[in-house]
Design a protein around this ligand. Structure first.
Ligand code: MG
Length: 458
């Protein structure tokens, strides 16, 4: 990186020298400066090639992360991106190593948009998970490289800051209302203004909580429709959540912003009813009330209440999210940067969403690596219609593997003021955290069932 910056300075000096040759005719200082800039712009940056692309698999928090490293012909200049698809990590590794690497070695890493577009069609069939995860890793790495080459944080390349930091939401949960309240209160004491609240439904495998049900049966391989091990009934859940909000508004007051994730596990009618019930408690947003297969039902929620709706973590392609934004059927777009193709499509979605009153709330739990959070943050700092950043508190091991993790202070996420994405990876340390042995993906998504054994959608 130092080499890149030194070369850039040398280039600027060279441009100045060349312009000075014509100084006699352009004596006024202003004209001289313009000539300098033109000379510099024509000269461009030194030629650069992608020399290698590699995947780094690491699990410092037992979450399977896939990091992509793009190396260039300039010694020491590389970029990092997040390609994590934790449930299918080895498939993404194959997509990067066996398919994108040979396609991209030798290309000019400055051509980010063309690399995205040509990679997109390079498999002919497109729009899916795995291939988009692989592209996401490459794309973020190229932005990282460009920022390092420019000597600027990526948010500068995206338009510069329009806020000092990104507001975060905290994940509070508990086995009962009191535990959720205590968890939320602790977050508020640490400066958080936004708290997502999830409570266990007694005896059920409830999303977003621990210890509240029958999830994690001892031998889930015995699971099946005739032998459900982990069950979920939406009825008690949709009756419980409004009571949780009532409790929290009484105990915590009106100032804290409350969020909730339905995680799609209810019927369309239940989703409409729950959003109506929660309206009186003024949630900041209700997330994923419907699965992606029920996009048309968002219109019914919209017609019947003003509860802000967040949606999108399961979306892959523009075909899924563009109509919801363009028809103003959601309030927050929650697509996952490491899933949709990276920073390049995300910046287009952010700009497009601004025109329809939709804010960004990129999906960012622990399976968005710190590299992905850094990329999100770069875009959030430069997007007028940023809404909220999903707060994930990186454990110490993760922070050590990824030097330059964005910093959390007073419920805000702050960028590292360094060129590129401002984050690095300690590969030797990353190697000390191999993927956990055993199951290679999270079985719980495909093994939670209704009481009659029917598998539910997450
Ligand atoms: Mg969610």
């Amino acid at each position: 990186m130092k080499t890149s910056i030194d070369r850039r300075k040398a280039l600027m000096r060279l441009a100045g020298g060349s312009a000075a040759g014509g100084l006699g005719l352009l004596a006024p200082g202003r004209l001289f400066a313009m000539d300098n800039l033109q000379a510099s712009s024509k000269a461009g940056l030194p030629a650069l090639k992608i020399t290698d692309v590699k995947t780094i698999l690491t699990a410092p928090n037992r979450i399977r992360l896939v990091i992509v490293k793009v190396l260039t012909s300039e010694p020491g200049l590389y970029g990092l991106g997040c390609a994590t698809f934790t449930q299918r990590a080895y498939a993404v590794q194959t997509a990067v190593d066996q398919y994108l690497r040979p396609f991209l070695v030798g290309r000019n890493p400055d051509e980010i948009e063309d690399i995205w577009q040509s990679s997109f069609v390079s498999s002919y069939w497109r729009n899916g998970g795995v291939l988009f995860n692989a592209m996401s890793g490459i794309d973020m790495a190229l932005w990282d490289i460009k920022g390092k080459r420019a000597g600027m944080p990526v948010y500068q390349l995206l338009g510069g800051k329009c806020r000092f930091a990104a507001d975060l939401y905290f994940h509070a949960s508990g086995r009962d209302f009191k535990e959720v309240e205590d968890s939320a209160r602790q977050a508020m004491e640490r400066g958080y203004r936004h708290v997502r609240v999830q409570v266990a439904v007694p005896g059920q495998a409830t999303y977003g909580t621990s210890g509240g049900g029958n999830a994690g049966a001892s031998n889930q391989n015995e699971d099946g429709p005739t032998n459900p091990r982990s069950t979920w009934d939406a009825g008690p859940y949709v009756r419980l959540v409004p009571k949780l909000f009532e409790h929290l508004r009484v105990k915590l007051g009106d100032d804290v912003q409350l969020l909730h994730d339905v995680h799609e596990r209810v019927s369309p009618n239940q989703a409409v009813n729950l959003c109506k019930e929660l309206e009186r408690y003024r949630p900041y947003f209700v997330e994923d009330p419907l699965p992606p297969e029920e996009n048309d039902h968002f219109r019914l929620i919209r017609q019947q209440c003003s509860t802000p709706i967040a949606m999108g973590e399961l979306f892959n392609s523009q075909h899924e999210y563009v109509p919801l934004i363009a028809n103003r059927l959601i309030d927050f777009i929650r697509i996952h940067l490491s899933q949709i193709g990276g920073l390049s499509p995300a910046r287009k979605v952010a700009a497009f969403s601004e025109f329809f009153g939709v804010k960004t709330a990129w999906h960012g739990p622990g399976d968005a690596s710190p590299v992905a959070h850094a990329a999100q943050l770069a875009l959030e700092l430069a997007s007028y219609n940023f809404g909220i950043h999903e707060g994930y508190v990186f454990p110490p091991e993760t922070r050590e593997v990824f030097p330059g993790c964005p910093e959390i202070k007073n419920g805000y996420l702050y960028a590292r003021e360094a060129p590129g994405l401002g984050i690095d990876i300690d590969e030797q340390l990353a190697a000390k955290f191999p993927y956990p042995a055993g199951r290679t993906f999270d079985y719980s998504w495909g093994q939670t069932r209704r009481p009659d054994g029917t598998v539910i959608r997450p």
